[in-house]
Design a protein around this ligand. Structure first.
Ligand code: NDP
Length: 253
């Protein structure tokens, strides 16, 4: 068991990829975890089952986090089922289509903003009333090295993640007086469905593991390495850390 047991966490997009690793990491540290998903119910239920087998409580909740009403229904259900949420991980996200500004459909920046920034704003707003009643609260944003690298043909994603980081920095100042820590973890390339699609689309790489040799520390980052950073930042070992952006990118950016 970890250092800080007995808290209730919710991980958006917690069924697979980085979100799954975060959910399992939080459970390994003794936290109960609500798993949010949009489409992949089987993955979310499987992750919840793994957490139950670890001895923590876990349930899967369907909600499109771009829809405020669905977020509200989900947060109410989690609090009814598991109790007040004291850890929120805003992880759910989508990639953009890799086109120049000139070629991008006008709806695409709005789709990305909603998925990354508006969703995190909505979930943060909804958990704050009960989080403020807890001894400690944590909101963690999963951003991206993209806000530093600002790759061409990525404006919708770069803009959306930049807005997410702006939310984190603002919220950290608003909520520190209420005992709530707000931090950003910013991965580089990670071996997930999204990461694999990204390197296939951008560089024609069929097997992401072929990039291990040229990656920092001899391997492409794993979801568990992102989860470790999240688990530390919500732990008692990060008791005076808020308003920070931590790049977990092997020093690439
Ligand atoms: P995946 O594509 O592997 O998983 C995305 C997750 O987000 C899924 O669980 C999906 O749920 C969920 N999701 C997407 N849209 C919604 C929505 N509207 N409502 C609820 N859930 C949603 O991505 P990763 O695990 O790689 O990415 C996780 C986060 O990390 C994202 O924010 C991403 O931008 C960021 N990131 C990823 C990097 C990488 O290289 N992989 C690098 C830097 C940052 P479902 O399956 O049910 O649709």
């Amino acid at each position: 068991m970890g250092l800080h047991t007995g808290r209730v966490a919710i991980v958006s997009g917690g069924g697979r990829g980085i979100g799954r690793a975060i959910a399992l990491g939080l459970a390994a540290d003794g936290h109960d975890v609500a798993i949010n998903y949009r489409r992949d119910e089987a993955a979310a239920e499987a992750t919840a089952a793994e957490i139950l087998a670890m001895g923590c409580r876990s349930l899967a909740y369907a909600a499109d986090v771009t829809d405020f009403a669905q977020c509200e229904t989900m947060v109410n259900a989690v609090e009814d089922d598991l109790g007040p949420i004291s850890i929120l991980v805003n992880n759910a996200g989508v990639a953009s289509k890799g086109q120049s500004v000139k070629s991008t459909d006008p709806q695409e920046p709005l789709r990305l903003f909603n998925a990354h920034a508006y969703a995190a704003w909505s979930l943060s707003k909804l958990v704050l009333p009960s989080m403020r009643t807890q001894p400690r609260g944590d909101i963690v944003m999963i951003s991206s090295a993209s806000t530093v690298y600002l790759a061409p043909n990525g404006a919708p994603y770069n803009m959306a993640k930049a807005a997410l980081e702006a939310l984190a920095a603002t919220l950290a100042k608003e909520e520190r007086r209420n005992g709530i820590h707000v931090n950003t973890i910013a991965p580089g390339l990670v071996d997930t469905d999204m990461g694999r699609r990204l390197v296939k689309g951008a560089a024609g790489v069929d097997d992401i593991r072929t990039l291990d040799a040229s990656a920092s520390f001899g391997h492409v980052c794993t979801p568990e390495e992102i989860a470790d950073a999240v688990c530390w930042i919500v732990s008692e070992r990060a008791s005076y850390v808020t308003g920070q952006r931590i790049g977990v990118d092997g020093g690439t950016f």
